[in-house]
Design a protein around this ligand. Structure first.
Ligand SMILES: Cc1ncc(COP(=O)(O)O)c(CNc2cc3ccccc3n(O)c2=O)c1O
Length: 422
């Protein structure tokens, strides 16, 4: 893999921040006497210790020394013990073929980000020049469209269904080019493919293993980088987990985005990016001059919880969380059967928090943003998840994650009334 091919001029020109390098030196050599970095004196910090009470009754105390580390500037890539633990998790769950692959041009790297949203934004900005063509699963997460649309007006939607991105649609999208264009200087062939493989947002779709293998083969043929945006990996409703693109990435062409928002906390703003070192180095350099590093307190709190759980405990928590959302999905489906029959149709989510509903209307936008709101119920109109949000869409996205059964019943009853009123 020649990773320079994928980087924008802006990203390629980034240099290590001199002051941020100092932080890493101090982090690696705590005994060094430093009068270099502008590190504030922790004696001035009002917080002395932090105590976490877990719902299982356990209490985790961060002593004064640990709290001081959490409250101080730290290395851009993340707190070392957390980075080590997350690396161990990735190896255990995904067993990436390039990890420790001797002499591989893109040995695996991992960086903790302020939510996976921050990682997505910076990685797109490092690989997509203005008006580059980029392949985007369609429909897709509105937060990704918010990143990509200002970057380029030439994003290419790749149609998906309940089994995820359709490889035939991907081949169709790439049909104006041949694999040889990937090595032809000046070609405008797309270089990046973005998708959400599990618990699709907005569709609840889950990519099958067969499709993943076919998509990876296409990515090899056309030399694509795959951005595997996978915050719902652990919210798959059936086991075993469908293997990730990272687990089959023999070439080092997958950049994977994980998130703790749906498993531990969305407000702690913690995600992590796993991928080839030459690409993640660009993410690190961008972080050095933007956020510097993800919150130290959030990272330390997460680390202590994961340390208490161990990987087995984390997987047990993930399983319990997935079971809760599966139960809510089933409640949601039953309530839609009760209220929306003849008024809409929908597919059955295989993971995540969303169900994709096609109303029997021309366009859901006004109905949802005006009529439904007047009746005291909120959904998201399908146009929000489309590359061209100006086009009418009969779809809505409903999230069952944070509603009681009674609330969902009232919500869909009100939606049915609006639809029946025409
Ligand atoms: C596929 C995919 N990729 C990345 C992210 C970002 O996750 P994070 O930065 O790690 O927390 C998400 C989060 N999705 C949403 C977030 C959200 C936050 C406030 C209000 C509404 C929200 N709605 O609706 C969402 O779908 C996602 O679904």
């Amino acid at each position: 893999m020649n990773y320079a091919r994928y980087l924008t001029r802006l990203s390629s020109s980034r240099q290590h921040s001199a002051i941020r390098v100092l932080t890493s030196i101090v982090q690696e050599n705590p005994s060094i006497i430093t009068m270099a970095g502008g590190m504030p004196n922790p004696q001035t910090f009002p917080i002395q210790e932090v105590s976490l009470k877990l719902k299982n009754g356990k209490r985790i105390d961060l002593d004064e020394k640990t709290t001081r580390i959490a409250l101080q500037y730290s290395g851009t890539k993340g707190l070392p013990p957390l980075v080590n633990m997350l690396t161990e998790l990735q190896c255990r769950i995904h067993n990436p073929p390039t990890y420790k692959a001797e002499g591989h041009p893109g040995p695996l790297d991992l960086i903790v980000t302020s939510g996976s949203q921050d990682g997505l934004c910076k990685v797109f900005e490092s690989m997509v020049n203005p008006d580059d063509k980029v392949l985007i699963e369609h429909p897709t997460y509105s937060g990704t469209l918010a990143i990509v649309k200002p970057l380029t007006s030439k994003a290419i939607p790749v149609e998906s269904d309940i089994d995820g991105l359709n490889p035939a649609s991907l081949r169709q999208a790439l049909s104006p080019w041949s694999p040889s264009d990937a090595t032809r200087p000046g070609s405008d062939i797309p270089k990046v493919l973005y998708l959400v493989p599990n618990g699709g947002n907005p569709t609840g779709a889950g990519l099958t293993l067969d499709r993943k293998k076919e998509i990876y083969k296409i990515a090899q043929d056309y030399n694509l980088i795959i951005m595997e945006d996978d915050p719902y990996f652990y919210l798959q409703f059936t086991k075993p987990y469908v293997p990730s693109f990272l687990s089959m990435d023999t070439d080092g062409r997958v950049v994977r985005f994980d998130s703790f928002s749906k498993l531990v906390s969305s407000g702690m703003r913690l995600g992590f990016v796993t991928g080839p070192k030459p690409l993640l180095e660009r993410l690190e350099l961008h972080m050095q001059c933007s956020v510097m590093h993800a919150s130290g307190l959030s990272q330390m709190a997460l680390y202590k919880v994961l340390e208490d759980w161990g990987i087995e405990g984390f997987l047990k928590h993930a399983e319990t969380t997935a079971e809760l959302y599966k139960t809510k999905r089933d409640q949601c489906l039953a309530i839609m059967e009760k209220h929306l029959k003849g008024l809409a149709e929908w597919t059955v989510p295989s993971g995540g928090m969303f169900v994709w509903v096609k109303l029997h209307v021309e366009d859901s936008h006004k109905l949802i943003t005006v009529r439904a709101r007047e009746k005291g119920v909120l959904f998201v109109p399908g146009s929000v998840f489309m590359m061209d949000s100006s086009k009418p869409s009969p779809y809505i996205r409903a999230s069952y994650s944070n509603c009681t059964e009674e609330q969902m019943d009232t919500a869909f009853q009100r939606l049915a009334e609006i639809l029946q009123e025409g």
